[in-house]
Ligand binder design. Structure first.
Ligand code: ZN
Length: 382
């Protein structure tokens, strides 16, 4: 019997939103779900037990960063990622492919592998599909990803086509290299924002019969409308009875729009990165805590939020922490933003159950504007 099982409990009649449960060796994930990102084996500034308290069931760690430091063998010898990070729930690792394409200062790409220079010390690292799987087996997450090629959004069609072909060939090699039965290896659909390319990528990956599929190559410079349209033609060709994961997306409204198109799993650095920059997502809209208007504000950040940052601390104090460059500020707003994201996912699961997804979308859309202005979020959520 497989260590993994996905139960599709309900599909919304008005949209394609779905509610399910994904059983993994380290616990069950209620979907749709958002995974906080622990880039280097830690969700920056947040204790593992706080993540669980906020309602997170599954988290993500980055293969590229952990492969460079401390190295997969070190993590393995320290007991694997769960023991290393002191997170007992499910974990997902990406393949390292995205950082290779987004971060590496120099790289050489061939059909066999990608060779790149570490952004830390310039050391040459070789990443082949087999190596990406081996690193992820050493790290020991529950869900691991095939090595893929992720071209930029504005890449010409021939470059996208070559990336789709290479992603398929690499997916087969990842499947052949994968040994651990307690890990689920996902395929990643590429193809930019082109319908034909996305269909081709999915149709080549589906016969490999991965236990779940990710949609990669989005949130790389395309507009939100282009991303939604791409999901419109990509998600329906994915298997109905397997989890679907949208990689690296995004703003709260993007999560809602993607859930309405049938996505089950998400990850994004946005709640913690924005938290470190004094930008909070709240039920009243986006709040920029460095703004002078909060200096003597005795009220809570978000009266509808039950997180530690919204309990007792005033907006004036939270602003002070950022102005004084105190580390508690980024910690508290990271926790708050993660609480907001988990509340959005909880709200989505409830809305699917109650058949109120479109109304829920309207609410999150209103909360995507800057508090008190009714204006769009501009760069606030980018
Ligand atoms: Zn809060």
């Amino acid at each position: 019997m497989s260590a993994f099982e996905f139960f599709l409990d309900q599909t919304d009649t008005a949209t394609r939103a779905r509610r399910g449960r994904w059983v993994t060796p380290h616990g069950t994930v209620e979907t749709p779900a958002f995974m906080p990102v622990g880039t280097r084996g830690t969700v920056k500034g947040v204790w593992p037990h706080q993540l669980a308290d906020l309602g997170a069931t599954m988290i993500l760690a980055n293969t590229y960063h952990l492969a460079i430091r401390p190295g997969p063998e070190v993590v393995r010898d320290l007991g694997g990622l769960h023991e290393f990070m002191q997170w007992s729930g499910p974990i997902l690792t990406d393949s390292g492919g995205f950082q290779v394409f987004s971060l590496a200062s120099a790289r050489k790409l061939s059909d066999d592998e990608v060779v790149f220079k570490s952004h830390l010390d310039g050391t040459l690292l070789h990443l082949s599909p087999e190596k990406a799987v081996q690193i992820q087996e050493d790290l020991g997450a529950d869900c691991i990803m095939c090595l893929d090629e992720c071209p930029p959004a504005d890449a010409p069609l021939d470059v996208i086509a070559a990336a789709v072909a290479r992603t398929t060939a690499w997916a087969r090699r990842c499947r052949d290299a994968h040994r651990r039965a307690d890990q689920a290896l996902f395929g990643i659909v590429q193809g930019g924002i082109d319908e034909g390319m996305r269909i081709r990528s999915a149709s080549e990956l589906l016969p490999i019969e991965f236990p779940g599929y990710a949609v990669g190559g989005l949130s790389v410079g395309e507009s939100p409308e282009q991303m939604y349209r791409t999901l419109d033609f990509t998600v329906p060709v994915l298997p109905e009875r397997k989890p679907r994961y949208l990689m690296g997306v995004g703003r709260p409204i993007d999560l809602v729009e993607a859930v309405m198109r049938g996505i089950d799993l998400f990850d994004c650095v946005m709640p913690t990165r924005n938290g470190r920059n004094a930008t909070a997502f709240t039920s009243r809209g986006i709040v920029k805590l460095r703004n002078q208007k909060h200096q003597r504000d005795t009220g809570p950040l978000d009266p509808d939020c039950a997180c530690p940052a919204c309990h007792g601390f005033s907006r004036g104090y939270l602003r002070h922490l950022f102005q004084a460059d105190e580390m508690l500020g980024p910690m508290l707003i990271s926790v708050h933003n993660l609480a907001y994201y988990q509340d959005v996912m909880k709200g989505l699961r409830r809305a699917i159950r109650e058949g109120t997804v479109p109304a829920f979308r309207e609410r999150i859309l209103a909360q995507s504007r800057l508090e008190g202005t009714g204006k769009g979020d501009g760069d606030a959520a980018i």
